[in-house]
Design a protein around this ligand. Structure first.
Ligand SMILES: [Zn+2]
Length: 131
């Protein structure tokens, strides 16, 4: 399952709570939602999506942060906590740009290096209509 799909499914199961992967009371952050929907612990989820750790980039939200690059897992945590839940530290240096879960799902899918499953497209046979 692609990570974006796992987040979408997990967001229907876990109530959004910032700063914790799973609070044990049905709530958790985006990484907790991803882990929940693939049925593993957050640590195993990181292993399942190794690009969460391996791939690094600048924050896509324009926030000032101590480092220039962060791994995808850290960025997901930041985007969820800061831009969806409006929570976190160093908020004075953040843009506070509002993100939705749908935007986060789309962003994660853009970063995902996993090849997409090939969709089988059956073209409809168009009938020629002679006037
Ligand atoms: Zn930010």
């Amino acid at each position: 399952m692609r990570a974006a799909e796992a987040l979408l499914l997990g967001s229907a199961v876990l109530r959004p709570v910032s700063g914790i992967v799973n609070n044990g009371h049905g709530g958790g952050c985006a990484l907790g939602m991803i882990a929940k929907s693939i049925g593993v612990s957050p640590r195993v989820a990181y292993k399942s999506y190794s690009w969460f750790v391996d791939k690094e980039m600048a924050l896509p939200c324009g926030c000032q942060a101590p480092r220039n690059y962060y791994n995808i897992g850290a960025i997901i945590a930041h985007l969820f906590d800061a831009h969806i839940m409006n929570k976190g530290y160093h908020m004075e240096k953040w843009t506070m740009e509002k993100w939705t879960m749908e935007k986060l799902v789309a962003w994660i899918d853009e970063q995902d290096p996993t090849p997409r499953e090939v969709e089988v497209v059956v073209e409809e046979q168009k009938e020629l209509v002679l006037a």
